[in-house]
Each structure stands twice: as C-alpha cells, then as structure tokens.
Design a protein around this ligand. Sequence first.
Ligand code: SF4
Length: 83
Amino acid sequence: MPLCICMPTCPFYNDKMARMPAMAERMRQHYCLTDNQDCARFMVRNALGAERVPPDLLPDETDRAKALIDGPGLERKLSMGDS
Ligand code: SF4
C-alpha cells in the first residue's frame, strides 16, 4: 500500500508526538509513504483498534507492537477456553 490511510490523523505523521526521533522524515518516507504494513502504529491499529495505539509508539517499535497485540490475544484465547 503506497500511502497509509492513517496519515490524516496520525500523530507521528503530523508531527504531534511528544518525542519525535531525528529520523522522523526518513521513517515517514519508509512507512507512511511507501509501506505501512511494517509500521508498529499501523499494526496495533489494525489488530486492536485506533484507541489502543499508545501515543508514544514509534513506527519502528514493532516488538512493542507485537507484545501489545499478543497480550490481549492470549487473554482472549484463555477466556474462550474457560467456557
Ligand atoms: S506512522 Fe504508521 S500509522 Fe501513522 S501514518 Fe505512518 S504508516 Fe500510517
């Protein structure tokens, strides 16, 4: 996907995060304008919803994103097994 659909409201893309990395422009080119599938923010948004994206999550923090996604998923699986 060339352009991320989140660009109009994304705090990272719109320079609204409290800490912006020095590589922000290069990250925008890589994630926002070229391929958002590897973006940590996009991954969490797709899996859990926009409201669950941490405000300070950077696009390259995929390990953090996976931990957030796997945590609730595991909880869901466990609760389904309880019934
Ligand atoms: S930071 Fe990620 S979610 Fe935000 S616009 Fe860029 S690719 Fe999309």
